[in-house]
Design a protein around this ligand. Sequence first.
Ligand SMILES: [Zn+2]
Length: 275
Amino acid sequence: MTEAHAELVEFIHQYPRLLVLTGAGISTDSGIPDYRDQQGQWKRQQPVQHPDFMRCEHTRKRYWGRSLVGWPVMRDALPNPAHNALAQLEQLGHVSLLVTQNVDGLHQRAGSHRVVDLHGRSDRVVCMSCDYRCSRNDTHRRSAELNPDFTHYTAATAPDGDADLEVDFSRFRIPECHRCGGILKPDVVFFGDNVPKQRVVNALDALEAADGLLVIGSSLMVYSGFRFCRKAQEWNKPIAALTLGKTRADALLSLKLNASITPLLQAALHGLNAQ
Ligand SMILES: [Zn+2]
């Protein structure tokens, strides 16, 4: 055993029922890029802001226009061995709840059952006026039908079903709610919006009942994730973080594993299974 995964195995032995919090770093091996570098700084232009999306038609045209190119990458992404490792960790009884900041649904596809999608799900769409819900694929199809001229573009993939496409979006036709004509939005908590309160309460209840907190692949720069570390500290729960680079909670950690996620998780599982 290398030292790092032995430390993780030891942590799991000491604190066998964990609340696991995952971030973008766990999905990058599935081809979904993340927003931040190892210093926790923005790698790229900041994503769409909720108030701007709600207020500005041009922002929505640009959002759905870029999504026409970007969504298929997210839609077709597959779970990677790190997702599989966490599903196995749940089977071993070590995951009381998996709270993910990702909106890709890949934990569920890998077989994890106890999952809270803290920031929502990019494969679902909701009407902001009448709460009508449909699948992202439906909206994507309608968007393509409304905008055949926009379906031929290619562009670099950006996080969360976005793409780096900069063209004139003024003629883009936004797919609207076909029940009430309202604004459709992916069922995702955009930057500048709040996580629904009950979702936070449920996740924090699980943290309070857990033995410790294990953070994987997150720099914790967003408060909705960092809050779990603050609460863990308040409740005297140990915190381990497996993530490459800096996190906002480094000062609060009992165990910091600055390592590649997949090999370390696989080695730790091997260690747990061997015992
Ligand atoms: Zn509606």
